[in-house]
Design a protein around this ligand. Structure first.
Ligand code: NG6
Ligand code: CA
Length: 518
């Protein structure tokens, strides 16, 4: 009997063992191994003209240039929006951000604006066996109401497709000023719990407004609430001392996170969204980079970002991954100089043109708001070229889906893989762009901005945002800097553009005026 039992047991073990092997084999078919790694490097507020590959002469970005000049460098590559949250929403979900009312610049306490049912790039890639990670800026909301930062914060990136997430919740200038790893605040001392409030200060806590003597960086507009690391922020924070980040180390910190992610997942196809914080405010270069650009902190953090990208690519190379990794580089929106702190960005600009001659900047419906540095690099696979194809970050979802042979797409995200691979210059026909909940339209060589109420210039930041009581129509091929409004002189084109715009955007109450055709 005992012998029989043992035999039965052994037979069972053997069968289960065999089954295990079979399962393991099935989970790792040969094709999974061949899938390329995908890395999206995303900068924050970097303008079209902020990199030497796009013509900057006053600042040097050799590491970025190496990728831009070794891949497809787009001259008509767009973010979906002229600010951060909506652009990141569009990039990850493949849905126009203006379709979601919550897709606007969010406070650090905002709930997650991507639903856990929604399609996202990482979710799509996971269906093909990818490991997915984000390191850097999130700014798409966390939790589903009042977040308790002292417990696991959820839902967040992990619940919308990222297997690994090492993030800052919102922006460098907003509380909570802590890193969050897979939902948990890193280095949090439970005896010193974090409290966050965007309306009222906590009793006895110093603020930028009342305690200028504690500041190492002065605020210009906004940014006068809690002080962390001598820098006044947006929003009030109490507690969490041991968890607070040191701004000057942030770039190194995220770089390490991105490098470690690559090293840990090099044996499986991976997707990494490396969302860098530069050159968003507060601009806090590591001492190694202070003074390196001659342009003050804004230039210095661009030099720092360039170095980080060089180091990151070096890691891919050292790990033998460069030939099997598609790198997509872009920025969430256009440039701004004074975005709320006195940091010499205006004073030390010299001859540098962050917008590369485009009109407007961050927050703007003019070109500089959304036309951003954009390129794809894949060693040995993508031939160096400059492309004027009209493409948008929105298109990554469907295009990457094609690349990995998935059939997941969204209506707004167009499959333009050949353009991303430099094999075609035909891509989108048209595109709706967004800034501060207002929208504009690109089609072929043309740009349309419908009439909007409000001042033409956003005073604090000194940027033309595109408001005008009249329609604006520009031929951006002939008039790159949008100086000649052709709405009056070309009513046929104007009508055509309005029709194209309305077809996508729908009629906007009180915004779209009828035009009279001559
Ligand atoms: C604005 C902030 C600006 C920046 C921006 C978000 C003020 C006055 N200005 O509200 O400094 O933080 O939000 O930038 O508070 S973004 O790149 O994340 O969209
Ligand atoms: Ca931004």
């Amino acid at each position: 009997m005992k012998f029989l039992k043992t035999l039965l047991f052994l037979t069972l073990v053997f069968t289960i063992g065999c089954k295990d092997k079979k399962v393991a084999k099935e989970a790792e078919p040969a094709e999974v191994k061949k899938l390329p790694n995908i890395v999206v490097i995303y900068t924050d507020d970097l303008g079209y003209g902020d990199i030497s590959a796009n013509g900057a002469t006053e600042i040097n970005t050799p590491n970025i240039d190496k990728l831009a000049n070794g891949g497809v460098r787009f001259t008509n590559g767009y973010a979906t929006s002229a600010t951060c949250t909506p652009s990141r929403y569009g990039l990850l979900t493949g849905v126009y951000p203006w379709r979601n009312k919550q897709a606007k610049i969010l406070p650090g306490t905002a709930p997650l604006i991507i639903t856990t049912e929604q399609t996202t790039i990482p979710k799509m890639l996971k269906t093909k066996g990818y490991h997915t990670g984000i390191v850097g800026k999130w700014h798409l909301g966390l939790g589903s109401g009042m977040v308790n930062w002292n417990e696991r914060v959820s839902p967040g990136p992990n619940e919308v497709g990222f297997d690994y997430a090492y993030i800052m919740a919102a922006t460098q200038d907003r509380v909570p000023t802590v890193y969050i790893e897979n939902g948990d605040v890193v280095n949090l001392d439970k005896n010193d719990p974090i409290e966050i409030n965007y309306k009222d200060n906590f009793e006895g806590q110093p603020t930028g407004k009342d305690n200028p003597e504690l500041l190492k960086m002065k605020w210009h507009h906004g940014h006068n609430s809690s002080i962390v690391n001598g820098i006044p922020r947006i929003g009030y924070m109490k507690g969490g001392e041991s968890a607070k980040w040191v701004d000057e180390d942030m770039a190194d910190h995220f770089l390490k996170g991105a490098q470690n992610y690559v090293k840990q997942h090099k044996n499986e196809p991976f997707f990494l969204y490396y969302a860098m914080q530069q050159p968003h405010v507060p601009r806090t270069p590591h001492p190694r980079f202070v003074g390196k650009s001659g342009m003050g902190p804004r230039g210095d953090v661009i030099v720092e970002a360039d170095w980080c990208i060089g180091e990151f690519v070096k890691t891919l190379e050292e790990e033998g991954l460069l030939e099997n990794t598609l790198i997509v580089f872009s920025s969430d929106n256009g440039p701004v100089l004074n975005d709320g702190y006195y940091d010499d960005a205006v004073e030390k600009l010299g001859k540098h043109t962050p917008g590369g001659g485009l009109r407007g900047g961050k927050y703007s419906l003019f070109e500089a708001g959304t036309k951003v540095p954009f390129f794809t690099y894949w060693k040995g696979k993508i031939q160096p070229t400059v492309s004027d194809a009209l493409i948008c970050q929105l298109d990554l979802l469907s295009s990457l889906s094609k690349l990995v042979d998935s059939d997941i797409t969204t209506e707004d995200s167009q499959e333009v893989l050949d353009a991303f691979m430099g094999k075609s210059t035909t891509a989108r026909k048209d595109l709706v762009l967004e800034a501060n909940r207002k929208t504009a339209y690109r089609n072929g060589d043309w740009a349309l901005i419908p009439p909007y109420k409000g001042s033409a210039v956003l005073k604090e930041v000194n940027i033309e945002i595109g408001n005008s009581s009249d329609y604006q129509l520009y031929n951006i091929k002939e008039d790159r800097s949008q100086q000649n409004n052709l709405a009056q002189s070309n009513p046929e084109k104007l009508a055509e553009m309005i029709a194209g715009y309305t077809a996508i955007r729908g009629k906007q109450e009180g915004e779209i005026k009828e035009v009279e055709l001559k």
